[in-house]
Design a protein around this ligand. Structure first.
Ligand SMILES: [Zn+2]
Length: 434
């Protein structure tokens, strides 16, 4: 059996898990209705004691990011959804605001040092990180929450931390070698960028001490060809980490690498059909709706994450009964697009791009307007400059056939100049809608 943070909870039967989730859900509902004007308004007419079964949970209204943003606009600076007064906060963050106004978040000392610690401890035990590890964080700390909590938790477990902010990528690579880092964290895009840079400047990452690469912020670790690429470039295991600024940290991959476990002892997860809003069955794709069962500062109840997931309730090889999200986060509900009569998930296309040795890892999807009759355009760069025209032509036609067979559309591929596509240090934005 693999190492677990809380084996007594991580191996509960489905019935026991649901009982626990319902009990905590009622408690959390009571808490937010006592402390937050936002939830008192939202939940008027229902009472925590009405929630007796998982089906009853579906009668509780959703919470959306837009509502949180509206609340902050109306009641600056934190809005009226938090359950704490501003002076109780020990940490504040804000969302990256890539799709609009940033959302401000505040956590109490308890949430920061106990709730986050608990969440990330599940992760670290899942990955097999130990106090003997040396973790390198190639990250510039600011208002964005990423890696702050992971680092704090590692410190509390006695892992050695090497702060990697304020350096060029090349110097970060040198630091990773010089300090003997065994664990490195980053977005898949940046981790691939570092791996390719290392090859270019002659730094031998596969020969280094790095044994674990933790990636977050994008689906990468669970896109098979991206995981393979990361593991090849780094000569290390690549594990997925899923969370968001507002709902905190809920998904980790275990050493069995067969999907991303959801911390069901701390969250109540639902996966709902995008159109009907009904719970979808095992193996089907739905939008992840989460209730944060343990947070005290600003618990979100039935929060629509807009993340697309596929639940698998079968027990994992590692012994955990926590459900797994197969393929991690498959994409964003916002990113999924209808094209040529099918739903397209960009991560599915990414998987094929990264499976072609003649293509570099960066890409861009250009989606023409509906009904224009134009094909979906995929821009890629050559992996190296010495690939012959014939070989590239053959690679493109193989790729188009693969996409056509698996995704049911025929894209147009444009090979662009090496290095001309934008590289991202944080979350990548690769879809362009015309
Ligand atoms: Zn597992």
């Amino acid at each position: 059996m693999a190492m677990m943070w809380k084996p007594e909870l991580e191996t509960l039967s489905r019935e026991e898990l649901e009982r626990r989730q319902l009990k905590l859900f009622r408690k959390q509902m009571h808490h937010v209705m006592e402390e937050s004007p936002f939830y008192r308004r939202k939940f008027a007419g229902i009472h925590p004691s009405d929630i007796k079964t998982v089906d009853d949970v579906r009668n509780v209204p959703f919470t959306t990011k837009q509502e949180l943003l509206d609340s902050q606009q109306e009641y600056p600076i934190y809005g009226d959804f938090p359950c704490i007064r501003p002076h109780q906060a020990t940490r504040v963050f804000q969302t990256s605001g890539t799709t609009g106004t940033p959302l401000r978040i505040s956590w109490t000392k308890k949430d920061w040092f106990e709730t986050f610690y608990d969440q990330f401890s599940y992760f670290l035990y899942g990955y097999g990180v130990s106090p003997a590890d040396v973790a390198f964080f190639p990250f510039m700390y600011g208002l964005f929450v990423a890696w702050w909590g992971m680092q704090a938790t590692m410190e509390l477990h006695g892992v050695t931390i090497v702060p990697g902010g304020g350096q060029t990528s090349e110097n970060r690579l040198r630091s990773i070698i010089d300090w003997g880092a065994t664990v490195v964290c980053g977005t898949p895009t940046y981790i691939i960028f570092l791996g390719e840079l290392a090859e270019k400047i002659g730094i031998d990452l596969p020969g280094s001490k790095v044994r674990i690469v933790i990636t977050a912020g994008e689906p990468g670790a669970q896109v098979p060809s991206t995981k393979q690429l990361i593991e090849r470039l780094w000569g290390a295991k690549n594990y997925d980490d899923i969370g968001s600024t507002e709902i905190s940290n809920f998904g980790f991959e275990c050493v069995a690498q067969q999907g991303t476990h959801l911390i069901e002892s701390m969250f109540l997860p639902e996966s709902l059909d995008l159109e009907t809003g009904k719970q979808v069955g095992q193996g089907e794709i739905g939008e992840l709706v989460l209730t944060n069962l343990c947070c005290e500062s600003m618990p979100l109840l039935r929060y629509k994450t807009k993340d697309l997931v596929r639940f698998n309730y079968d027990a994992c090889e590692c012994g955990r009964t926590f459900l797994r999200m197969e393929g991690g986060v498959l994409g964003r509900a916002d990113d999924m697009f209808h094209f040529g009569g099918v739903n397209i998930y960009p991560s599915a296309i990414e998987n094929f791009i990264r499976g072609v040795p003649e293509f570099a890892s960066e890409y861009q999807l250009v989606v023409p307007p509906q009904g224009s009759g134009e094909k979906l355009l995929i821009k890629v760069e050559p992996a190296t400059t010495d690939i012959s025209e014939d070989r590239m032509h053959e690679a493109v036609s193989r790729f188009v056939k693969d996409v056509n067979y698996n995704v049911k559309i025929t894209p147009r591929v444009e090979i662009v100049e090496s290095g001309s596509l934008t590289r991202f240090e944080g979350k990548a934005r690769r879809i362009i809608r015309l």
